[in-house]
Design a protein around this ligand. Structure first.
Ligand code: GLN
Length: 233
Protein backbone atom coordinates (compact mmCIF):
# COMPACT_ATOMS: atom_id res chain seq x y z
CA UNK A 1 0.00 0.00 0.00
CA UNK A 2 1.24 3.39 -1.01
CA UNK A 3 -0.26 5.28 1.93
CA UNK A 4 -1.33 8.27 -0.14
CA UNK A 5 -4.77 9.26 -1.31
CA UNK A 6 -5.74 10.02 -4.92
CA UNK A 7 -8.71 11.96 -6.32
CA UNK A 8 -9.30 9.11 -8.78
CA UNK A 9 -7.90 5.64 -8.11
CA UNK A 10 -5.11 4.66 -10.50
CA UNK A 11 -4.72 8.22 -11.77
CA UNK A 12 -2.47 11.12 -10.90
CA UNK A 13 -4.82 14.04 -11.44
CA UNK A 14 -2.84 17.13 -12.44
CA UNK A 15 -3.88 20.77 -12.52
CA UNK A 16 -1.78 23.24 -14.52
CA UNK A 17 -1.78 26.52 -16.43
CA UNK A 18 -0.97 25.31 -19.91
CA UNK A 19 0.49 28.46 -21.42
CA UNK A 20 4.01 28.38 -19.99
CA UNK A 21 6.38 27.26 -22.73
CA UNK A 22 8.59 25.16 -22.49
CA UNK A 23 7.15 23.80 -19.21
CA UNK A 24 3.51 23.09 -20.11
CA UNK A 25 1.90 24.28 -23.31
CA UNK A 26 0.11 23.23 -26.49
CA UNK A 27 2.16 22.83 -29.67
CA UNK A 28 0.27 24.49 -32.54
CA UNK A 29 -3.40 23.45 -32.53
CA UNK A 30 -2.76 20.27 -30.54
CA UNK A 31 -4.88 19.70 -27.46
CA UNK A 32 -2.28 17.45 -25.82
CA UNK A 33 -0.06 19.32 -23.35
CA UNK A 34 3.70 19.03 -23.89
CA UNK A 35 6.77 20.39 -22.11
CA UNK A 36 9.40 19.75 -19.49
CA UNK A 37 6.87 19.59 -16.62
CA UNK A 38 4.61 17.35 -18.71
CA UNK A 39 7.44 14.88 -19.35
CA UNK A 40 8.43 15.07 -15.68
CA UNK A 41 4.97 14.39 -14.29
CA UNK A 42 4.43 11.63 -16.88
CA UNK A 43 7.62 9.89 -15.71
CA UNK A 44 6.69 10.34 -12.04
CA UNK A 45 3.24 8.86 -12.64
CA UNK A 46 4.71 5.96 -14.62
CA UNK A 47 7.05 5.09 -11.75
CA UNK A 48 4.11 5.22 -9.33
CA UNK A 49 2.07 2.99 -11.68
CA UNK A 50 -0.45 5.77 -12.25
CA UNK A 51 -1.97 7.31 -15.33
CA UNK A 52 -1.82 11.09 -15.77
CA UNK A 53 -5.12 12.94 -16.07
CA UNK A 54 -5.20 16.73 -16.57
CA UNK A 55 -7.94 18.94 -15.30
CA UNK A 56 -9.05 21.59 -17.80
CA UNK A 57 -6.54 24.45 -18.02
CA UNK A 58 -6.73 26.88 -15.06
CA UNK A 59 -5.42 30.38 -14.40
CA UNK A 60 -2.05 30.32 -12.65
CA UNK A 61 -3.27 32.06 -9.50
CA UNK A 62 -5.94 29.36 -8.94
CA UNK A 63 -3.54 26.39 -8.86
CA UNK A 64 -2.35 26.58 -5.25
CA UNK A 65 -5.92 27.30 -3.98
CA UNK A 66 -7.20 24.27 -5.95
CA UNK A 67 -4.65 21.97 -4.31
CA UNK A 68 -5.32 23.49 -0.90
CA UNK A 69 -9.07 23.06 -1.27
CA UNK A 70 -8.59 19.37 -2.09
CA UNK A 71 -10.78 16.85 -3.91
CA UNK A 72 -10.07 18.05 -7.45
CA UNK A 73 -6.41 17.42 -8.26
CA UNK A 74 -3.57 15.50 -6.62
CA UNK A 75 -0.77 17.80 -7.77
CA UNK A 76 -0.18 21.14 -9.45
CA UNK A 77 2.83 21.47 -11.74
CA UNK A 78 3.34 24.74 -13.61
CA UNK A 79 6.86 26.02 -13.09
CA UNK A 80 5.65 26.94 -9.61
CA UNK A 81 8.24 28.72 -7.51
CA UNK A 82 8.49 27.40 -3.96
CA UNK A 83 7.78 30.40 -1.71
CA UNK A 84 7.18 30.80 2.03
CA UNK A 85 3.75 32.26 1.32
CA UNK A 86 2.65 29.32 -0.86
CA UNK A 87 4.22 26.85 1.58
CA UNK A 88 1.65 28.02 4.15
CA UNK A 89 -1.09 26.73 1.85
CA UNK A 90 0.36 23.57 0.28
CA UNK A 91 3.36 21.26 0.54
CA UNK A 92 6.02 21.29 -2.13
CA UNK A 93 8.12 18.40 -3.34
CA UNK A 94 11.88 18.69 -3.53
CA UNK A 95 12.79 21.32 -6.11
CA UNK A 96 13.38 19.97 -9.63
CA UNK A 97 14.71 23.14 -11.31
CA UNK A 98 16.42 26.45 -10.52
CA UNK A 99 15.02 29.56 -12.17
CA UNK A 100 15.31 33.35 -12.31
CA UNK A 101 13.28 36.28 -13.62
CA UNK A 102 13.91 38.44 -16.67
CA UNK A 103 12.92 41.81 -18.07
CA UNK A 104 11.61 41.46 -21.64
CA UNK A 105 11.46 44.48 -23.99
CA UNK A 106 11.21 45.16 -27.72
CA UNK A 107 14.43 44.58 -29.66
CA UNK A 108 16.28 47.86 -30.02
CA UNK A 109 14.60 49.36 -26.96
CA UNK A 110 16.92 51.29 -24.67
CA UNK A 111 14.79 50.69 -21.56
CA UNK A 112 16.58 49.56 -18.41
CA UNK A 113 15.36 48.61 -14.95
CA UNK A 114 16.01 52.25 -13.96
CA UNK A 115 14.15 53.91 -16.86
CA UNK A 116 11.23 51.49 -16.47
CA UNK A 117 10.73 52.53 -12.85
CA UNK A 118 8.75 55.57 -13.92
CA UNK A 119 5.07 56.57 -13.70
CA UNK A 120 4.83 56.75 -17.49
CA UNK A 121 5.83 53.07 -17.93
CA UNK A 122 3.55 50.04 -18.11
CA UNK A 123 5.00 46.71 -16.98
CA UNK A 124 3.02 43.55 -17.72
CA UNK A 125 3.23 40.46 -15.51
CA UNK A 126 1.27 37.23 -15.10
CA UNK A 127 -1.28 37.41 -12.27
CA UNK A 128 -0.19 35.79 -9.03
CA UNK A 129 3.39 35.05 -10.10
CA UNK A 130 6.76 35.70 -8.54
CA UNK A 131 7.41 38.02 -11.50
CA UNK A 132 4.45 40.12 -10.36
CA UNK A 133 5.90 40.25 -6.84
CA UNK A 134 9.31 41.27 -8.17
CA UNK A 135 7.85 44.02 -10.36
CA UNK A 136 5.73 45.50 -7.56
CA UNK A 137 8.71 45.53 -5.23
CA UNK A 138 11.41 46.72 -7.60
CA UNK A 139 9.52 48.99 -10.02
CA UNK A 140 7.28 50.78 -7.49
CA UNK A 141 6.86 53.92 -9.64
CA UNK A 142 5.73 52.08 -12.77
CA UNK A 143 2.19 50.90 -13.53
CA UNK A 144 2.10 47.13 -13.09
CA UNK A 145 -0.53 45.45 -15.27
CA UNK A 146 -1.41 41.87 -14.29
CA UNK A 147 -2.84 39.52 -16.94
CA UNK A 148 -3.56 35.78 -16.93
CA UNK A 149 -2.22 34.92 -20.36
CA UNK A 150 1.53 34.98 -21.08
CA UNK A 151 1.05 35.03 -24.87
CA UNK A 152 -1.23 38.07 -24.64
CA UNK A 153 1.32 39.81 -22.42
CA UNK A 154 4.19 39.13 -24.83
CA UNK A 155 2.04 40.31 -27.77
CA UNK A 156 1.30 43.47 -25.80
CA UNK A 157 5.02 44.18 -25.48
CA UNK A 158 5.35 43.64 -29.24
CA UNK A 159 2.64 46.16 -30.07
CA UNK A 160 3.86 48.72 -27.54
CA UNK A 161 0.83 48.38 -25.27
CA UNK A 162 3.36 47.58 -22.50
CA UNK A 163 6.93 48.80 -22.12
CA UNK A 164 8.23 45.55 -20.64
CA UNK A 165 7.29 42.19 -19.17
CA UNK A 166 8.71 40.50 -16.07
CA UNK A 167 8.64 36.72 -16.53
CA UNK A 168 10.63 33.59 -15.64
CA UNK A 169 13.89 33.62 -17.61
CA UNK A 170 13.63 30.11 -19.14
CA UNK A 171 10.16 30.96 -20.48
CA UNK A 172 11.32 34.31 -21.89
CA UNK A 173 14.32 32.67 -23.60
CA UNK A 174 12.19 29.93 -25.10
CA UNK A 175 9.38 32.22 -26.30
CA UNK A 176 11.78 34.75 -27.84
CA UNK A 177 13.69 32.08 -29.75
CA UNK A 178 10.58 30.24 -30.96
CA UNK A 179 7.96 32.92 -31.58
CA UNK A 180 8.85 36.46 -30.54
CA UNK A 181 12.08 37.25 -32.41
CA UNK A 182 11.34 40.99 -32.16
CA UNK A 183 11.55 40.87 -28.35
CA UNK A 184 14.71 40.65 -26.29
CA UNK A 185 15.86 40.15 -22.71
CA UNK A 186 16.98 43.54 -21.35
CA UNK A 187 18.04 42.09 -18.03
CA UNK A 188 18.38 38.74 -16.29
CA UNK A 189 17.17 39.10 -12.71
CA UNK A 190 18.88 36.69 -10.30
CA UNK A 191 15.95 35.93 -7.98
CA UNK A 192 17.29 32.42 -7.26
CA UNK A 193 13.92 30.66 -7.48
CA UNK A 194 13.27 26.93 -7.32
CA UNK A 195 10.36 25.11 -8.93
CA UNK A 196 8.46 22.43 -7.00
CA UNK A 197 5.32 20.35 -7.42
CA UNK A 198 2.44 21.38 -5.12
CA UNK A 199 0.65 18.68 -3.10
CA UNK A 200 -2.04 18.99 -0.43
CA UNK A 201 -0.84 19.24 3.16
CA UNK A 202 -3.34 16.45 3.85
CA UNK A 203 -1.38 14.09 1.58
CA UNK A 204 2.22 14.00 2.89
CA UNK A 205 2.65 10.39 1.72
CA UNK A 206 2.19 11.54 -1.89
CA UNK A 207 4.83 14.26 -1.46
CA UNK A 208 7.16 11.60 -0.03
CA UNK A 209 6.47 9.17 -2.87
CA UNK A 210 7.17 11.88 -5.48
CA UNK A 211 10.33 12.96 -3.65
CA UNK A 212 11.57 9.38 -3.79
CA UNK A 213 10.95 9.26 -7.56
CA UNK A 214 12.67 12.64 -8.04
CA UNK A 215 15.72 11.38 -6.13
CA UNK A 216 15.78 8.20 -8.25
CA UNK A 217 15.49 10.27 -11.44
CA UNK A 218 18.44 12.43 -10.32
CA UNK A 219 20.49 9.30 -9.60
CA UNK A 220 19.73 7.34 -12.75
CA UNK A 221 20.28 10.26 -15.15
CA UNK A 222 16.65 10.66 -16.24
CA UNK A 223 16.51 14.20 -14.85
CA UNK A 224 19.67 15.24 -16.71
CA UNK A 225 18.29 13.72 -19.92
CA UNK A 226 15.05 15.65 -19.49
CA UNK A 227 16.92 18.93 -18.92
CA UNK A 228 19.08 18.29 -21.99
CA UNK A 229 15.97 17.54 -24.07
CA UNK A 230 14.25 20.81 -23.15
CA UNK A 231 17.08 23.24 -22.38
CA UNK A 232 20.08 21.76 -24.23
CA UNK A 233 23.45 20.85 -22.68
N1 GLN B 1 7.57 30.67 -11.41
C1 GLN B 1 6.58 31.69 -11.38
C2 GLN B 1 5.75 31.58 -10.14
O1 GLN B 1 5.71 30.54 -9.56
C3 GLN B 1 5.70 31.69 -12.62
C4 GLN B 1 4.96 30.40 -12.84
C5 GLN B 1 3.98 30.43 -13.99
O2 GLN B 1 3.61 31.47 -14.49
N2 GLN B 1 3.53 29.29 -14.44
O3 GLN B 1 5.12 32.49 -9.72
Amino acid sequence: ESGYTLVTKGHLTVVAELGFQPFEYFEGNSTTPVGFDVDLITEIAKRLNLEVTYLPNQKFDTLVPTIKQGGKADVAIAGITITDERSQEVDFTTSYLDSNQSLVVKSGSTETEQTLNDASKKIVVQTGTSGEDWAKENLPNATIVSVDDVAAAMAGVQTGLYDAMVIDLPVASNLISTSYSDLTIAKEIPTGEQYGIAVSKDNPALTEAINKVLADMEKDGTMTALKTKWFGS
